[in-house]
Design a protein around this ligand. Sequence first.
Ligand code: PEP
Ligand code: MG
Length: 755
Amino acid sequence: MQQTLGAGGSRRLLKRLRDLMASSGTGQERLNQVARIIAADFVAEVCSIYLMRAGEVLELFATQGLKQAAVHKTRLRVGEGLVGDIAAHARPLALSDAQSHPNFAYRPETGEEIFHSLLGVPILRGGRVLGVLVVQNRTFRDYEEEEIETLQTVVMVLAELVASSALISPAEMQRTEGLALLPVRLDGLRLNEGIAIGRAVLHKARVTIRQMVAENAAAELTRLRQAVTSMHSAIDDLLAASGFAEGDEHREILESYRMFAEDRGWLGRIADAIDTGLTAEAAVQKVQDDTRARMLQVTDPYLRERLADLDDLANRLLRHLVGETSAATAELPEDAVLIARSMGPAELLDYERRHLKAVVLEEGSPTSHVAIIARALGLPMVGRVKDALAQIEPGDPMIVDGQNAQIILRPGDDVRAAFVAVMEAQAQRRASYSALRDLASVTRDGVAVSLNLNAGLLVDLDHLEETGADGVGLYRTEIPFMIRNSFPGVEAQTDLYRRILERTGGRPVVFRTLDAGGDKLLPYLERNVEDNPAIGWRAIRMTLDRPLLLRQQLRALLRASAGRRLDVMFPMVAELAEFRAARAVLDLEITRAERRSEALPTTLRVGTMLEVPSLFWQMPALLREVDFLSVGSNDLVQFLFASDRGNARLADRYDVLSPTVLAFLHDVVRQCDAAGVPVQLCGEMASNPVEAMALIGVGFRHLSMPAVAIGPVKAMLRSLEVSALSCYLSTLTGSTDRSLRGRLRAFAHDHAVMI
Ligand code: PEP
Ligand code: MG
């Protein structure tokens, strides 16, 4: 039987530590002894103590069991590896199979590959993380709750030892001059994933104005007019050189930006400022200052975006006035990471693309135009990095980790090497996934599983070819609506949907009607402040109340699919009556099209999302009326657990791999199969190999996911034997565990499934 520490064990351990504290010896010696005592008392092969150094770097200070050569050498940044994860979240972590955890970071110098289980706790003092204490065992040990608590109590004593023995000088933690060059980690918001290593280039938006007061207002107005004309032609050149095709969303963004450049109100305000006696430059700056003041007050993301575009234009106009039009690209190093407070989409395009590696902004949001352009260009991007411009010096070496929304300034060699290794591994993985592209998506026992893409922008469709996906399982039509200035009419929509169908080269596309409202605001639609937008007036609830929107969208979809196949589904359907009402609108549009003798789709498949739990109890009747069903696990799971999908504090509370969710999904598939109705799952759940494995286990044969997930999921399913998994899952029926993740991982491990 596994030995655990009871209350008596905890007291004994604490007493030994207290004695040790009172003994003589250097801080380092006492730390070494602590590691030894804990390892022995805990019956663990390893006990390691990592302490926090300046720049949020965790350094291995003492170890019993790992290689001694790693002491003071192994360093992890906060957030990196399991130790970094414990420090980042300031919470314990107990894993019976640590190496299969996605955050496990292998450090060869420690020799830790032979230890399977890990229990780590943060060393906390006064609410600050001073370090992390970790015990490890060779076996797959399940640490008891009581053991975790004991270790937490023990580290309270250890925290005092660390604080009192000056193992790390307080000066270092206050970042004195010399030490300021230690690595610093800055957090932000993920605007585009990807990792880049490069050197900081501060985006110089502001032009120095030498003369504020004008002698001759008429001459200044002439200068303004000339500068506006040259700016217009430069923007036209930029548009032409952007490489975005006519009609692409990216092109539309730039075109709407160009329209601003002709905005009479804006130019009129500048002319008025010249009338008050300012030079043209000073007048532009005055209007720009007014715009910035408004930006500070406006919370509406759409309006902020427009004001940011105006800010960008003002910079551009200033450069034309002072004749500094090519400032942006001068002396750009080959590995430039652009740092800016905010930036307009066109400003980003001003830079030589070959030299740009990543972008870091103090502001910015995922729907900002510059972020959309950065995604189109494949540039990693982190936004909302507080005081980035104050903390980053030009030329600073840095790593931009878009995935984890962090930047590491002045990384040390070990951190850099760790990132290089991650980038190489990612490149290797991408290469191995692209090798899978043309291989059948079939399990080892011959079960075919269709893998499809989730998309929302035309650029997403490029991934169809490169991933070899079967089609588009979910086209979120609200995304193109969200980046426009006004509601696209039937013609514009028809054109967009037609282009989507043309780009997919005959592969099926499941269009989902508008899922807007709630928190997905469309700038041009009425808005209500709702207490609970996720369960508010959104999606089908909104479009059934505004049937013209739905009619126009369905009309456009019918026209775009004339002579082809059309797959359409409705979001957030909570009851059969809503599906019937939406279907009636579609039928009405078909009748009207027939009356006008318009060509119709050759095949029409009408389905619904299953993401509101209430619909489940009407499935028998529903399945007689739909052509397919698509499970939206993102919303479904948040409603099943009454747990906001966007709330970071709840992110780890419930697991999608709970017996409840799997039993629910199993029943959905069973009913669909019995009724002969195809069912797919298109939420994020399908994109993680373990979860996708579970979905296949409960019977799903159609999954839809973001492009990056297709390779890993395909690799997983090609190594899976479904019959063995189904058998195993049936033994878990009725389980009351909180999660089956551990068991499913163990299954994959035992059966060599690549998760
Ligand atoms: C879902 O809810 O799982 C889903 C696919 O829809 P969305 O994420 O767009 O709400
Ligand atoms: Mg949804």
